[in-house]
Design a protein around this ligand. Structure first.
Ligand SMILES: *[C@@H]1O[C@H](CO)[C@@H](O)[C@H](O)[C@H]1NC(C)=O
Ligand SMILES: *[C@@H]1O[C@H](CO)[C@@H](O)[C@H](O)[C@H]1NC(C)=O
Ligand SMILES: *[C@@H]1O[C@H](CO)[C@@H](O)[C@H](O)[C@H]1NC(C)=O
Ligand SMILES: *[C@@H]1O[C@H](CO)[C@@H](O)[C@H](O)[C@H]1NC(C)=O
Ligand SMILES: *[C@@H]1O[C@H](CO)[C@@H](O)[C@H](O)[C@H]1NC(C)=O
Ligand SMILES: *[C@@H]1O[C@H](CO)[C@@H](O)[C@H](O)[C@H]1NC(C)=O
Ligand SMILES: *[C@@H]1O[C@H](CO)[C@@H](O)[C@H](O)[C@H]1NC(C)=O
Ligand SMILES: *[C@@H]1O[C@H](CO)[C@@H](O)[C@H](O)[C@H]1NC(C)=O
Ligand SMILES: *[C@@H]1O[C@H](CO)[C@@H](O)[C@H](O)[C@H]1NC(C)=O
Ligand SMILES: *[C@@H]1O[C@H](CO)[C@@H](O)[C@H](O)[C@H]1NC(C)=O
Length: 455
């Protein structure tokens, strides 16, 4: 093109020439169009980079962030016919991949890489010695139509689906009787598309309890890290009767209102568990440690114990940042919660139970809690009367004992502490140390009154 060569030489000698060159340049429609096109692309590029930090890479064909090899054998979901267009159903691709990996157990297992894309699927099961790796911008999407969600028997320690009697929907990603399962990635997402479920639930159109997003049952050596979980139909991540579970650097999101029962993580009858470095903002409890419901939980008899929760940022406008209960009939003991920030929430930490639960909550330590703009800081409630049926034992009183709150600070907290024991359910041996919680008398007026100082 002429504009690129001939005029450029003269441009250095005379301003007049430059003006002429510019006129010629701009009068060429083709060139003008090209310039505008590049300018538009560049601004979109800048905007995209600012908005989503590097997602534009796909457009520019910048090579994908390389996926580490974490097992001796790695597969790509596309090897099994997966199509990441957000429309094609990939259930069979996932199932075929899991079947292939299930044959590799003796050789150290297998890894399934989910590349960038939107991978719609119905619920599927994991297998032992498996790593599910979600690339950056990989999204596993749960299908919205409930007829694709298989029904499963109720959890034995609940006797019922949590919302309806009888069977319940299984989880989108499910596992039973497994060992050595890893779900990880470059912050890829598992998205339950809960909106349809929440709406149907509110309109009472569902006949069965909604399914969790990820549920692993009767399993051990589970690692869930470096991913995002969002918009679960029901509880988001539900490890049930598992041992040795690590959840690290996971983001869990759901709308803070009108996303019913979207708890973040529900350790349920689990032992030896660590939850750390997570960000959770959901429509119910951020974390709720459980161990079964009334007579069913008592009969099942599996406690949640040896649980360490640390370095978390949690928001819960509807419920609490970190809860224990209300289903705790198998007992809960030796739980440490430290370096927790709860912000813009209704309650920060809560223990909830009721007559009929039985079981116990003991040896619970909260250390270094920060409450920023929460309505009620610390809650212990013993009349959370929600029962599976009339068959519960009214004399099964839970025991609450040995609870320490060390270093608790807050700002903008309306009620710092609310502890309601009863004659049947006394709350025993609660220790407060180094606690100062600034209370709000009215919205937006903060005062740092050290309300509690018990040493
Ligand atoms: C998976 O396969 C697709 C299509 O062949 C390819 O574009 C992509 O780079 C592969 N991804 C991984 C993680 O191997
Ligand atoms: C997963 O496995 C369990 C137990 O075998 C079974 O009940 C359930 O239907 C399976 N789910 C799917 C989606 O295949
Ligand atoms: C947490 O995950 C993100 C996204 O995968 C990653 O960039 C970050 O380095 C991880 N942080 C830690 C401490 O592992
Ligand atoms: C992971 O992705 C989520 C949602 O896209 C985002 O909010 C979060 O900040 C990301 N985490 C990291 C560590 O990049
Ligand atoms: C619930 O049950 C009613 C009556 O049996 C039925 O008409 C309806 O389709 C069911 N809804 C779902 C979501 O299964
Ligand atoms: C716990 O599970 C991890 C894998 O997540 C494994 O590396 C570790 O050895 C297990 N610990 C025990 C005590 O079995
Ligand atoms: C999580 O991501 C960080 C940063 O990429 C990495 O160092 C770490 O090993 C990852 N964790 C796991 C368990 O893959
Ligand atoms: C209590 O739990 C921690 C993990 O948080 C564990 O290291 C410790 O051994 C447990 N203590 C007892 C007495 O079991
Ligand atoms: C207390 O927790 C906050 C996060 O909420 C953290 O920044 C701080 O370092 C912790 N303090 C100590 C002494 O660990
Ligand atoms: C009360 O709890 C503290 C730790 O929280 C424990 O050290 C102490 O022994 C308990 N006291 C009684 C009387 O049980």
């Amino acid at each position: 093109m002429m504009v690129e060569t001939a005029p450029l030489g003269r441009f250095q000698y005379q301003k007049l020439e430059f003006r002429r060159w510019m006129q010629a340049f701009l009068s060429s429609h083709k060139t003008l169009f090209t310039v505008l096109w590049i300018a538009a692309l560049a601004s979109v590029f800048v905007w995209q980079r600012n908005a989503v930090g590097g997602r534009f890479a796909v457009f520019w064909q910048v090579p994908m962030r390389p996926i580490p090899r974490l097992r001796p054998v790695a597969f790509n979901l596309t090897d099994f016919g997966g199509v990441g267009d957000g429309i094609t159903l990939n259930t069979e691709a996932f199932e075929r991949a899991v079947l292939a990996i299930s044959k590799l157990g003796k050789r150290g297992g297998g890894q399934l890489n989910v590349p960038p894309g939107r991978w719609l699927t119905a619920p599927f099961n994991l297998t032992s010695h498996m790593t599910l790796f979600l690339a950056e911008d990989a999204v596993i999407l749960g299908i919205e139509d409930e007829k694709y969600w298989p029904l499963m028997p109720p959890l034995p320690s609940y006797g019922y689906g949590r919302e309806h009697p009888g069977p319940r929907y299984g989880s989108l990603i499910h596992g039973q009787n497994l060992k050595d399962v890893v779900i990880t990635g470059h912050n890829g997402t598992i998205n339950g598309q809960g909106q349809t479920w929440w709406k149907k639930y509110r309109q009472k159109l569902l006949n069965h309890t909604r399914g969790p997003l990820v549920q692993i049952m009767w399993s051990s050596d589970i690692l869930i890290t470096n991913i995002t979980l969002r918009d679960s139909p029901f509880w988001t991540l539900h490890p049930y009767d598992c041992k040795n579970v690590t959840i690290r650097n996971v983001t869990i999101l759901a709308p803070i209102f009108e996303a019913p029962n979207t708890d973040g993580i529900d350790p349920d009858s689990c032992e030896d568990m660590i939850i750390e470095n997570c960000y959770i903002s959901v429509g119910d409890d951020g974390i709720a440690i459980k161990s079964g419901w009334d007579q069913y939980g008592i009969a099942y008899g599996r406690p949640s114990m040896n649980i360490l929760i640390r370095n978390l940022v949690v928001q819960s406008m509807v419920s609490a940042g970190v809860s224990i209960g209300s289903e705790m009939s198998g007992g809960v003991s030796n739980v440490t919660v430290e370096n927790l920030l709860v912000w813009s929430s209704r309650r920060a930490v809560r223990i909830k139970t009721a007559p009929g639960r039985g079981g116990y909550v003991r040896h619970i330590t909260y250390r270094n809690l920060t409450f920023d703009n929460v309505r009620v800081g610390i809650v212990i409630k013993t009349d959370y009367n929600e029962h599976p049926d009339e068959g519960y034992d009214r004399k099964a009183f839970p025991k609450l004992d040995d609870i320490s709150l060390l270093v608790v600070h807050g700002l903008g907290v309306r009620v710092p502490v609310r502890i309601h024991g009863s004659e049947e359910i006394p709350v025993r041996n609660v220790t407060f140390r180094d606690t100062s919680v600034g209370i709000t008398y009215k919205r937006s007026i903060y005062s740092s009154v050290p309300l509690l100082k018990v040493v």
